[in-house]
Design a binder for this molecule. Structure first.
Ligand code: ATP
Ligand code: MG
Length: 182
C-alpha cells in the first residue's frame, strides 16, 4: 500500500485546491524555504488523524485553515489521501482507499470530520482501519525532525516499545488491556 495522491483544499499555505502525486517507491519533495514542503507532511498527519495540533505545527486546529489572503478567508480546510491498495495490505476488496479529514470553523466553535472511502466516520474508525495496514500516525511511519536524536537518548525499555509498535504487537497489548478491564 502506498500514497498515490494527496489533495489539499485551503490547508495551511495551499490556498487553492492542490493535488500532489506520489510514486510507489520513492518521492522527494524539494523547494525553497517556506515553500510548503513540511506543510505537505503536516497534511498527511492531519488526514491520518493525528490529534495533537502542535505536532502539526499549529497552535490550534483552525490555524491549519489557509489565512494568507485578507480578501478570502475560507472557513474550512480539507486534506484527502488516496492510497493504492492493489496489494491488499488493507484487507478490503478495494484497489483504492480514500481517507479524508476536514476542519471547519464557525463563529463560536470548530468541527472536525473524518471520511473513509467517502463515508463519514469517527476518528477511532480511521485509526482501526489504518492500523490493519500498519499505518499509525502517532507511530513511526513518519520520522519527524528530532525523532532520531530522541530515539538515541531513550532507555532500552522505551526503545523496545517502539519496536513493539512497528511490529504491530503494541496494538494487541492495548486491546488485551482493554478487554481485561471489561
Ligand atoms: P523549510 O525549508 O524552511 O523547512 P518548508 O518548505 O518546509 O520550509 P513550510 O514550513 O511547509 O515550508 O511552510 C511554511 C509556510 O507556510 C510559511 O510561509 C507560512 O506562512 C505558511 N503557512 C502556514 N500556515 C498557514 C496558513 N494557515 N495559511 C497560510 N499560510 C500558512
Ligand atoms: Mg520544512
Amino acid at each position: 500500500m502506498y500514497i498515490k495522491e494527496i489533495e489539499f483544499v485551503n490547508f495551511k499555505s495551499f490556498g487553492k485546491k492542490v493535488k500532489i502525486s506520489f510514486y510507489n517507491d520513492f518521492t522527494t519533495i524539494s523547494g525553497p524555504n517556506g515553500s510548503g514542503k513540511s506543510n505537505i507532511i503536516d497534511g498527511i498527519l492531519f488526514a491520518l488523524g493525528l490529534t495533537s495540533s502542535r505536532t502539526l505545527r499549529a497552535e490550534k486546529l483552525t490555524d491549519l485553515i489557509y489565512n494568507g489572503d485578507e480578501a478570502k478567508k475560507p472557513d474550512f480546510a480539507q486534506v484527502t489521501i488516496r492510497f493504492d491498495n492493489t496489494d491488499r495490505k488493507l484487507p478490503l476488496e478495494l484497489d483504492e482507499i480514500v481517507v479524508s479529514r476536514k476542519v471547519r470553523r464557525t463563529k463560536s466553535a470548530y468541527y472536525s470530520y473524518f471520511y473513509f472511502n467517502g463515508k463519514a466516520v469517527s476518528l477511532g474508525e480511521i485509526h482501526s482501519q489504518l492500523s490493519k495496514a500498519g499505518v499509525t500516525p502517532e507511530g513511526y511511519n513518519v520520522v519527524m525532525q528530532g525523532d532520531v536524536t530522541q530515539i538515541i537518548s531513550m532507555t532500552s525499555v522505551e526503545r523496545r516499545k517502539i519496536i513493539d509498535e512497528i511490529a504491530g504487537v503494541a496494538e494487541f497489548d492495548e486491546r488485551k488491556q482493554k478487554a481485561l478491564g471489561e
